[in-house]
Design a protein around this ligand. Sequence first.
Ligand SMILES: Nc1ncnc2c1ncn2[C@@H]1O[C@H](COP(=O)(O)OP(=O)(O)O)[C@@H](O)[C@H]1O
Ligand SMILES: [Mg+2]
Length: 397
Amino acid sequence: MKLAILSRAPRAYSTQRLKAAALSRGHQAKVLNTLRFAIDLTGPEPDLQFRGRPLSDYDAILPRIGNSITYFGTAVVRQFEQMDVYTPNTANGISNSRDKLRANQILSRHNIGMPATTFVRNRADVRQAIGRVGGAPVVIKLLEGTQGIGVILAPEVKVAEAIIETLHSTNQNVLIQSFVQESRGRDVRALVVGDRVVAAMRRVAHGDEFRSNVHRGGSVEPVALDTAYEQAAVRSAQIMGLRVAGVDMLEGNDGPLVMEVNSSPGLEGIETATNLDVAGAIIDYIAGQVAFPEIDVRQRLTVSTGYGVAELVVRAGADLVGKTISESGLSERDITVLTLHRGTMVVPNPRRGVELQAEDRLLCFGRLEEMRTMVPERRRRRAKVRKLPKEPIPEGA
Ligand SMILES: Nc1ncnc2c1ncn2[C@@H]1O[C@H](COP(=O)(O)OP(=O)(O)O)[C@@H](O)[C@H]1O
Ligand SMILES: [Mg+2]
């Protein structure tokens, strides 16, 4: 395979390890400075230039996009996706995971444990928001911090309010999150590659610091993960669209609480702590996947007018309950079931004999008109566009 590692830090431990792991396995590998690409939309097909020259053919890329260049970096990754070059981490995955609020919003509908989190902007809503996550002490986070910078523990409501108001006044958006005390300055970093955790470590905060980041003086040790932690890590990475990810979890009383999913996890700490060849595992995974470039399904499936992707929910009491997929009449209506979601379980390509249960969610491709009649009432309602009233802005409004 011919692999391009997109990175601005050719000398960094992670970059060097990834390149060495690729070369030692007989692959070709180059480290290309992400900022030297030019996205070229002038020709008949999407293209890329590198350092002013046409880019040679690559089978795969491994993006290592730093926080300071998210916009440009993800644009380059997206361009590779449009050119059908395999990437383990999609542009969408990288930008979604980078924003802590966006990541939490996406994970929140998939039964992933997370610290209670809320987000407000108006001063009048701050006090209630703090209450909603359980009151002080409370954690306040900048949306795009890394290395523990921008994560603050406020011991009292008044202090929390003052911090949040100050940040709001400088136009910073902040998350308000419950402080997971029982984790006691410790957390777990699981390195996910494909559909498994290849290495995991526990990070322990230094002294009375509550942030366990290595950059904040935290120390690391290898850890054997319970299945609950492994599953939470793998599912979070999968949902975010990342096949290579560092998933950070707090150890809550009821199990894992996912804090963030990193799309360019550092390898030095985890390889040193576990003595495992994580870089090699990443390269092996990519080499096995190059034949399957990531496809933006919605984008590709919605090019025919009238067809699209929708999620149909099997309501309790609906006539679909108890019927198999083949008895459901869906295929007669030109609707194909792509996946079936039942609780936390996902059945890809469900067989025609699978019996539907109440609350099943079916991800379907088909005629939108046919599917429209099957989405729940609340979503079907389509407000009529009315005439502008005689007095568009009534007096006294
Ligand atoms: N809600 C929380 N409760 C307890 N500790 C937390 C909480 N959120 C973050 N921490 C601690 O702070 C560290 C940094 O938080 P994180 O959200 O991962 O930000 P960063 O992107 O800067 O690493 C975590 O590794 C963890 O040790
Ligand atoms: Mg972190």
